[in-house]
Ligand binder design. Sequence first.
Ligand code: FMN
Length: 183
Amino acid sequence: MRLLIAYGSTEGQTRKIARAAAEHLRKQHHEVQVVDCADLLTDFDIFPFDAAIIAASVHQWQHQTEMVEFVIKHKDWLADKLTAFISVSLSAAFEEDQAEAELYIDQFIDETGWRPQHTLSLAGALRYKKYDFMRRWVMRFMASAKGAPTDTSKDHEYTDWDQLYAFLDEFVADAKENPRKTA
Ligand SMILES: Cc1cc2nc3c(=O)[nH]c(=O)nc-3n(C[C@H](O)[C@H](O)[C@H](O)COP(=O)(O)O)c2cc1C
């Protein structure tokens, strides 16, 4: 299968997730292209792909604008193919915030009008070392309210890699069981 993984990442965790997903799928002999939507050329050709995974992270309750724009631009193609959406957030890391994390996905679907067949709410990271002073202060405050680490001298990763790989395996199984979805 020829797969597109298009992502948006502000501090790098979703980029890491997109690359890990690609590596996992390549081990299963799929041809995978990973693209950062922030760098995408306007003449990007989506038509050669059989299926797509879109990954974006949440900042102030919103996914990246470039991801919303990318999906709206390619909505007709996405509607015809096997697709998945991975929403990366801090809320996904906490039991009590699962409903909020799911809401981000609903919001993205409402905003774009795209209905992916598979969705995953995946925990991201606290990347204190990447934040400027203001962001570090805000995120430390947010973390403290949740009982999350407040040591800003290092980054803290919450991503459950096994959850990601299990999700990808389900996605591939769906493609195998329903070959018409990727035709
Ligand atoms: C300024 C800022 C705002 C954020 N806002 C939210 C938010 O509203 N909800 C949430 O669940 N996570 C929020 N996060 C956490 C990010 O979703 C998380 O750090 C994620 O891993 C970022 O992915 P990225 O590195 O690919 O951009 C925020 C992070 C930052 C730095």
